[in-house]
Design a protein around this ligand. Structure first.
Ligand code: DHB
Ligand code: FE
Length: 265
């Protein structure tokens, strides 16, 4: 049984790739080296990461065309579904207690401006080493650190303190890094950022990120994930970097065009 949508998309992918082969008069040796590199990338467990680096931002761009509230940003590979609920502060390791802090706060509303109370916001960000907790390849730091769920209050407001994240370097020792850095002359850095996943009953989930105005790589993200609307102006409160970010949620029922619908049975 064929699925019409899969058939159409894969047909176009193959046609687009054939166009690239023809345009560059790719030789058999180059073609073979190309797919062997993909095999090596898969063997290193990096295939999802490689594909995300090149294409995740485009899928987000397509999704955003159907949003009228806040725009979504890339999710990245380090969301952990069962992070703990926290009150006002993410867990900070003892050794990091004296590092600069940030205050994340803002308000979640619907499109009429009404507060969305009880929205669950998953927050996650890097350690001071530029890794993520709860990720075996990142040293398996307990997932309670630098990630957690908070809830908006009756006024739709949220507030949470943590330490500042740092720029994150996607692993550059394996086949992905070799492709990006050695063969393509790219760097493999993302600017420091905070991840958000906002869930509220009756609303469309929103996955977002926030970046720090003036931060390294904000203008030069290897994942092309930074949009101006996600850059938070530099401000401080009580000695903490203030990351004030409001979110406007679309209704869950907001129309989605056929191109983002589930494939037909
Ligand atoms: C990657 C890592 C991130 O922290 C992120 O936000 C996006 C992508 C990555 O390793 O590909
Ligand atoms: Fe990230």
């Amino acid at each position: 049984m064929s699925d019409e949508r899969t058939k159409a998309i894969i047909g176009d992918v193959v046609e687009a790739l054939r166009g690239v082969l023809r345009k560059h008069e790719v030789t058999f040796a180059e073609y073979r080296a190309g797919f062997m590199h993909m095999a090596k990338t898969q063997e290193a467990g990096e295939l999802p990461m490689l594909i995300d680096v090149f294409l995740n931002s485009t899928v987000v761009e397509i999704e955003n065309a159907t949003r009228t509230g806040s725009k979504a940003a890339i999710q990245g590979p380090y969301f952990v579904p069962d992070a703990p609920f926290v009150e006002g502060q993410l867990a900070i390791r003892d050794q990091d207690m004296d590092l600069p802090k940030m205050l994340m706060r803002g308000r979640v509303t619907d499109q009429s401006g009404a507060p969305v109370a009880g929205a669950v916001i998953d927050l996650w960000h890097s350690t001071p080493e530029g890794t993520y907790s709860g990720i075996p390849r990142h040293g398996d730091l307990d997932k309670k650190y630098y990630r957690g769920k908070i809830k908006t209050d009756a006024d739709g407001k949220y507030e949470c303190i943590s330490i500042l994240p740092v720029p994150y370097q996607i692993p550059n020792k394996g086949p992905t890094g070799m492709l990006l850095e050695t063969y393509m002359g790219w760097h493999s850095w993302r600017p420091a950022h905070i991840h958000y996943w906002i869930h509220a009953d009756g609303k469309r989930d929103l996955i977002s990120q926030a970046y720090f105005e003036g931060g390294d790589y904000v203008d030069d993200d290897c994942c092309e994930g930074v949009g101006n609307e996600f850059i938070v102006p530099e401000a401080y409160e009580n000695g903490m970097r203030l990351m004030e970010v409001d979110f406007v949620l679309d209704e869950a029922s907001s129309p989605k065009p056929a191109r983002v619908a589930e494939p037909a049975e």
